[in-house]
Design a protein around this ligand. Structure first.
Ligand SMILES: C[S@@+](CC[C@H](N)C(=O)[O-])C[C@H]1O[C@@H](n2cnc3c(N)ncnc32)[C@H](O)[C@@H]1O
Length: 251
């Protein structure tokens, strides 16, 4: 998969893409990330990419000419059909399902904004607009890294055989539940013990325990996810049991 990132600060990407899974994916030819400086498409003397807003108000707005020229030029660099995504706090909320959807397309172009955001007309030249959460960052670089990472690790072959996204929180096979707790050696750390069941070697019992703990974690941390979860009768019983364990509400 090819991911092109349009940004005013390409240097911000050097660290995250030069290590770990993303680097390995690039080294193995599964991922091709290219960075482009939007300023390269600003053709006036001072290579200006922003201007003050019509109607007044604080901050600067990213000008349409360089951003649209950058999108068009980068789109034409490769024959593969590209999906152009604008990063913006006002976009659709990015989630694991969207990451999975993007991981099967051949090309993604991510456009990172700055200042107060984009001139509205730029939105006519993109296919989608994504937000990574309900908060405002200073620029679209971190959101672009987040989207690139979440998408890249779902590309077939990117995760090694010891790694898997299949049972992870928010994955379709997790059926709407958060992931169960993990433990590794030592069996006891500062008095905190690994649950006996995980040392039992009884795979069926371990699978049951993990399911119960997934439900417990979802119920206590993100109860709203349970309404979309696929729950069996046994799961429903587990929920009732966990609810009955909880102390009564002091209010
Ligand atoms: C300071 S923000 C602009 C915020 C804008 N004035 C607003 O209220 O929506 C500058 C840029 O950072 C990026 N950005 C900030 N927060 C983001 C988020 N939660 N998700 C995606 N992109 C974000 C966008 O590219 C945005 O154009």
């Amino acid at each position: 998969m090819r991911i092109d990132i349009l940004t005013l600060f390409p240097e911000m990407f050097q660290g995250p893409f030069a290590a770990s899974i993303l680097k390995r994916a690039a080294d193995r030819g599964l991922l091709d990330i290219r960075l482009h400086n939007i300023r390269d498409w600003a053709h006036d003397k001072h290579r200006v990419v922003d201007d003050s807003p019509y109607g007044g108000g604080a901050g600067m707005v990213m000008k349409p000419e360089p951003v649209v020229a950058a999108i068009e030029a980068v789109r034409s660099l490769d024959d593969a059909e590209a999906r152009v995504v604008l990063l913006s706090p006002g976009g659709r909320l990015f989630n694991q399902a969207l990451a999975a959807e993007l991981s099967i397309i051949p090309r993604l172009i991510l456009v990172a904004g700055h200042y107060e955001g984009f001139d509205e007309r730029i939105r006519n030249y993109v296919d989608d607009e994504l937000s990574i959460g309900d908060y405002v960052l200073s620029g679209g670089e971190l959101p672009a890294m987040v989207v690139a990472d979440a998408v890249a690790r779902l590309i077939p072959g990117v995760l090694g055989c010891g790694e898997s996204h299949l049972e992870e929180s928010h994955s379709p096979s997790a059926e709407g539940l958060l992931e169960y707790p993990h433990y590794t050696r030592p069996p006891e750390f500062r008095g905190l013990k690994v649950p006996d069941i995980l040392l039992s070697g009884n795979h069926a019992a371990i699978a049951r325990w993990r399911r119960q703990e997934s439900i417990r974690r979802t119920l206590t941390r993100r109860p709203e996810l349970l309404s979309g979860a696929e729950l069996s009768k046994t799961d429903q019983k587990t929920i009732e049991e966990i609810r009955s364990e909880q102390p009564p509400d002091p209010g």
